[in-house]
Design a protein around this ligand. Sequence first.
Ligand code: NAD
Length: 511
Amino acid sequence: MTQTATPATDPGRANSTPTYQLFIAGEWVDSTTGETFESRNPANTNDVVGRFQQGGPADVARAIRAAEMAGPMWRRTPAPKRGEILYRFGQLMADNKERLSRAMTREMGKVLAEARGDVQEGIDIAFLMAGEGRRMFGDTVPSELPDKWAMSIRQPIGVAGIITPWNFPIAIPCWKMMPALVTGNTVIFKPSSDTPHCATLLVELMAEAGFPAGTVNLVTGAGSDVGDAIVESPDVPVISVTGNTATGRRIAERAARRLKRVSLELGGKNGIVVLADADLDLATDGIIWSAFGTTGQRCTACSRVIVERPALEPLLERLERRARALRLGDGLEPTTDVGPLINDAGRSKVEEYIGIGRREGELVMGGGRPETPGLQNGFFFEPTIFAGVKPMDRIGQEEIFGPVLSVIPVDDYQGAVTALNQTRYGLSSSIYTSDANAAFRAMRDFETGIVYVNAGTIGAETHLPFGGVKETGNGHREAGHAALDTYTEWKAIYVDFSGRLQRAQIDNQPD
Ligand code: NAD
């Protein structure tokens, strides 16, 4: 697996768009469909990043065969040896961090500092999971019978289908593939069609790190073709998908017919509670970063601020002042604070919610496309704040996935808890307060998988479990050692060295 997907420059066509391939059984190959699609820079749609294979069901079948063929060898490879390859991959990502980060900003728009953070998450999980190659603890427990040993081990499940979104195009594939691979599964990786270049660069480094042929297979293409074929295949027993809740529900329903294990990481409507005793400057920092970082397109982005009335006016004044100072632009420019939205559909969705928000709340600022010269070829949108939003308003309930913040006034802590929990999602939440008792109550009361105290809703670290409750997921977690549960089967093993029949629950009872 030493080839590279990056096509050689054709000297006769210096500006020609490069075409990239699928990666199956350790080879870079064309799709059987013969079709390709483009990936363009959302900050400047005249900039074509590359052409990518429009994979189809036959490519998925090939990739699954390759992954199945590699399975027995990979699962028999000692886990510490598998871990060493993950370690090399983490090191290669670190060596290529700047190149990967710049490619990410160009392909999906987040500002360079955030792209570097995204790559760093990939590095962190590679190193964390490399270490799992030497841990991967099971239990060894006393048997209830004499001369008998009782223990449990983790075993790989088989071929893992990895279906990922565009908003963390390096971190999320790594969050899934690293635990899948270190535990001995082989993978079919289907990235978002908005970020196939990031996926290709990642898989190039995986090949260079030494993952054996067939252990990692990349099939680009549409969710309805490639994703669907992965979900429907009887030979892919475990699927991990990050995407919106509608996508996850569709996948889970179909996978359930085949009794597959499905890990879902889905939408969010994350809230920050600001109590009257909070440090409002600190809260403003956290809200601005959480609401407008990655142009509001993080699953953990803050889209609701729930504020006790005495703090409402001073907080709003601070938020507006800070948001008005944010500079929109190409994320590769060091002066840019907020990049573009991912695509035209993403921007249309935000615009639809602006219309809804105008009817439900009061538009404080933003709400349109910027008129700044130079931004007309990108999917830019102004940071937007609505005030006077009620907890059950649509802009307070639905995932907008853009730079749109709703401010919801409440009377007291209990009102804040009710408003915060009154949504179908439950990923991340936060409270700003100087009252330690209120902070501890929030840790208990907030119905989310992640709670921050005196920090924004973003900033998860890879060694703790990541995921949400309610319609944000289905109970699985990524990252931390919890991630191993998605990709392993428990096997309980009993060794009887008494040399005679010993009956559990019977022979250790009084006659
Ligand atoms: P999306 O649901 O449109 O797509 C996600 C992936 O699913 C893509 O690879 C897509 O091609 C694939 N897909 C779509 N339809 C499919 C089908 N029928 N069968 C199989 N695969 C299919 O999501 P997106 O726009 O790429 O990402 C944004 C969403 O992801 C937001 O809702 C965001 O909250 C969520 N997200 C959640 C987390 C989390 O950890 N909870 C993290 C990041 C993003």
